[in-house]
Write a protein that binds this ligand. Structure first.
Ligand SMILES: N[C@@H](CCC(=O)N[C@@H](CS)C(=O)NCC(=O)O)C(=O)O
Length: 210
């Protein structure tokens, strides 16, 4: 989204959580920019050393759940959230699964070993990958089974659940073993492809994506 910058996102440029906030900005029609900030740098204001930290509407926000909910409520009339309590609970369940289980599993098991290898030139940590693969396989099987129920994470189409799940799954898909695992899950592949047509996903594409 171009125009006068309304949202400043302090975070690493290729980051799952930076992208989650960027997608929410795009969905809300907010012009945003990323100010490259390393998690463990003195410039990072997050009290627990995470990125991103976000400035908008005179607020300084941390924690992506709080950030994207604020953006969606204040700037998108809550358009990415179910209106009923049961629907909200389902959406929140998927956000929690993405944050608490999928992201750590994928990040430590495949994404970071490949980043350290491809970007920093370290030997590939095959042991970490081999340890993580069974759990990653089980997680993908679980997701595939859940998508089989009605083809989406919630009953109301694209929500904040998708905003979290897409970058988490896409990061995994950019590793060789992650791509191979996802390729065996037809419904996950179809969901990723549907997301890829969405303007907010296109606009926030990582430079490293093929
Ligand atoms: N709970 C945080 C998590 C953010 C997070 O884990 N960010 C990653 C980058 S995608 C990070 O800061 N990693 C650096 C580290 O853990 O040292 C949020 O929801 O914003």
């Amino acid at each position: 989204m171009t125009g006068t910058v309304q949202v400043r996102i302090f975070g690493t440029v290729i980051s799952t959580y930076t992208r989650i906030c960027q997608i929410a900005c795009e969905e809300g029609g907010l012009a945003h920019e990323v100010i490259p900030t390393a998690a463990r740098s003195p410039a990072n204001r997050h009290p627990f050393g995470k990125v991103p930290v976000v400035e908008l509407d005179g607020l300084e926000l941390i924690e992506s759940v709080a950030i994207v909910r604020y953006i969606d409520n204040a700037h998108n009339a809550g358009g990415l959230q179910p209106v009923d309590a049961a629907g909200l609970a389902v959406m929140d369940k998927w956000i929690a699964i993405a944050n608490n289980y999928l992201f750590p599993l994928f990040e430590h098991g495949l994404v970071m070993p490949w980043v350290m290898h491809r970007v920093a030139g370290f030997p590939l940590d095959g042991e970490a990958i081999n340890r993580a693969l069974p759990g990653i396989g089980r997680a993908l099987g679980f997701l595939e089974g859940e998508l089989a129920v009605d083809g989406a994470w919630t009953k109301v189409g694209f929500t904040l659940a998708d905003v979290f799940l897409y970058p988490v799954l896409r990061g995994l898909e950019l590793t060789p073993q992650g791509a191979a695992g996802i390729a065996q899950c037809d419904r996950l592949v179809a969901w990723l492809e549907t997301c890829r047509q969405r303007p907010s996903i296109i606009a926030t594409r990582w430079e490293s994506e093929p």
